[in-house]
Design a protein around this ligand. Sequence first.
Ligand code: DHB
Length: 367
Amino acid sequence: FAEAKPFKIGFILPMTGQSASTGRQEEAAIKLYMAQNGSTVAGRKIEVIVKDDGGVADQTRRIAQELVVNDKVDVLAGFGLTPLALATAPIATQSKTPMVVTAAATSIITEQSPYIVRTSFTLPQVSIGIAEWAAKNKIRKVVTLVTDYGPGIDAEKFFKSQFQLNGGQIVAEIRSPLRSPDFAPFLQKVRDAQPDALFVFLPSGQGAAFMKQFAERGLDKAGIKLIATGDVLDDDQLNDMGDVALGVVNSHHYSAAHPSALNKKFVTDFQAANKFRPNFMAVAAYDGMRVIYKALEATKGQGGGEALLGAMKGQIFESPRGQVLIDAQTRDIVQDVYIRKVERKDGQLWNVEFDVQKSVKDPGKAK
Ligand code: DHB
């Protein structure tokens, strides 16, 4: 018999540069998934190719072309930042290759190609919960501070509309650059505006530097509460942030402290193999592998762009984050969003979940 061809998954990730933690987290999660589930599915050997785009869109586009044309990958996956996913969408469409987005989180991404399936999250999805929590907890005036690109603008817009709907007031809207931001001048503006709270979104990897400057500028001492999406209190960096992070309330879809049996096993196994804690990027890559494995299984090892895509749509399963669904219409993930507070337990900092919004669809999709 002829050996069945290997089934190739081309992951494009930022392994270097400002977003390197996303690549490191996702690669570790891919390895863990394969260690737990094997590297053969329906008779096909799984071959994962990880390529570093350094977080630069022109590189992502070039690598995606090479993976499709030369390596003939069956699936494209990864995409650590929104512009990198947007650069690849036309290649997925032209080549009819399923493109599993395991990081980038601007709402519109899934609408850029019918071949995109997302296992991460969207900023509108996680920004509404913290807006509601703030309005219910005596926070009236808020300044928003977001990174000036797709996910930041989504966070700003959806936080604002929900907070205003619940009676809150936005007194200033600040945007910081994506590349090497210095937060000091922005934090001075926030101090001057004297809001009850500052709402922040920054992409994974920038949280620790921000928290340090927040404390150095004395905003906590000035009585300005910090609220955020969980990207800022990222499990990748949280434990090194120190006391300034204690008590910060934030909303997100994954905490390494999520108290399910499945998550406890995921975190234990992940930490046994790596010197760091898994974050929300790791979980999205782990679940992305699950979605791909199950789709290949459903096609009995045949694969094929259309067939795989069809088998990805509608998958329902328990993730380390909780119950999730790949919405068959939007190809985006439906999941629970948790309100969490940073607490110290056994000498370590954790996002401890204390409230939940169940089965949240991306509110950014046109109704
Ligand atoms: C994006 C990147 C991140 O690191 C994050 O935490 C959220 C969104 C993005 O570029 O889409």
